[in-house]
Design a protein around this ligand. Structure first.
Ligand SMILES: *[C@@H]1O[C@H](CO)[C@@H](O)[C@H](O)[C@H]1NC(C)=O
Length: 357
């Protein structure tokens, strides 16, 4: 009797252990399914910023907290930046605790290798409100240094929309003028000229960018990977909204351009995908969702006084109600797989040479 009950309890233990193991394996499979390999699964729980942080050698961490509490904490982001010596060559992490930081921030040429890390783009933000006839001067955030990374932080120019059709009221949220600059999970907000992607090679990954006319403009060479662009059209202006206004005024050999991969374009009102702001303007959208906010014509030459001969506007395998190629502007390049190939990876910005994630 005793023997029998004992053997029963052993069996029960085995059953429990087996159930536990099955449960554990089931959970592992679920996690792998949701997160995927290298974070390419359904939920993409990719700890990409840990990847970045780990890949940085000799890193130093500076913490910014809006309350200024914590013995070694800075209250302002600019003070943290200024504390880094000029000519710095080692990665420095500036971690910005959650909160809204009301200050203008500039990272000058001499401050390279800064990793500005927020607590998430809906938690940490830099706000300023200024319009100017000069885009650069109006900008809330400026990075002029090479080798800069930002993660999980938003940049906003809160200025109300200025006078329609005037050049007096530029209100840029961020100016990006350094080379090898990457933004991960960041936000950019303004009602006009939001992101001045001025020059250099840049990577924007899973960012949210909101604006009206020339949401993204400048002469840079950039890849926007899985970014969301939200256009709030300005009805007072003829074209109402335009996602891009790529410059490309210099020679063709410079190979600048904006490339959008797998993102989403949507918004309120109507918008064009782009307008040329230079003779060699180049913009490509690939595998991108376009809502009905995108006009059938897609592209406009509004205010462009030069020739369209060297303008390169292309689309490849986009989807959604705004993606129909019927009725598109005559200069649009409907790309074949072969023509699209140079634009479908970060090779366009030589990413393998410098991207950490
Ligand atoms: C637009 O610019 C004009 C001229 O500089 C200025 O008077 C006006 O206050 C600006 N509007 C806004 C919303 O900043």
């Amino acid at each position: 009797m005793f023997h029998e009950s004992r053997s029963k309890s052993v069996n029960l233990y085995n059953v429990c252990a087996a159930a536990r193991w099955t449960w554990l394996m089931f959970m592992c499979i679920i996690i792998i399914f949701l997160n995927g390999v290298k974070g390419r699964g359904l939920l993409r729980l990719r700890p990409c910023m840990d990847d970045v942080t780990l890949k940085m050698t000799s890193r130093k961490i500076i913490v910014v907290d809006g309350s200024g509490s914590g013995k070694y904490y800075y209250k302002y982001i600019q003070d943290a930046i200024d504390s880094i010596p000029d000519g710095n060559q080692d990665w420095v992490v500036i971690h910005v605790n959650k909160g809204i930081y009301r200050e203008k921030v500039r990272i000058g040429r001499e401050k390279s290798h800064i990793f500005l890390r927020g607590s998430g783009r809906t938690k940490t933000a830099i706000f300023w409100s200024q319009t100017s006839e000069n885009n650069y001067h109006s900008s809330t955030f400026k990075v002029e240094a090479n080798d800069f990374i930002a993660f999980g932080i938003s940049f906003k120019n809160e200025a109300p929309t200025g006078i329609a059709n005037s050049w007096h009221n530029q209100s840029v949220a961020a100016y990006v003028g350094g080379d090898r600059v990457a933004f991960y999970s960041c936000g950019f907000y303004s009602s006009h000229n939001t992101l001045l992607d001025h020059q250099g090679r840049h990577y924007y990954d899973r960012c949210y960018i909101q604006g009206a006319i020339d949401v993204i403009f400048g002469h840079a060479r950039s890849v926007f990977h899985e970014c969301e662009i939200f256009v709030v059209a300005d009805k007072r202006i003829e074209i109402q909204g335009s996602v891009t206004g790529h410059g490309g005024s210099c020679s063709k050999d410079e190979k600048t351009g904006f490339v959008f991969l797998k993102g989403r374009i949507y918004g309120i009102g109507e918008a064009f995908l782009g307008r040329p702001r230079g003779e060699h303007s180049r913009v490509v959208f690939a595998n991108t969702y376009m809502s009905k906010t995108v006009r059938p014509q897609g592209w406009t030459d509004w205010n462009h006084h030069g020739s369209l001969k060297n303008v390169y506007h292309g689309e490849y395998k986009c989807h959604g109600p705004g993606s129909s190629m019927e009725g598109r502007a005559p200069w649009l390049h409907k790309l074949t797989a072969q023509q699209a190939a140079p634009y479908l990876s970060t090779d366009f910005i030589h990413g393998k040479q410098w991207l950490l994630a």
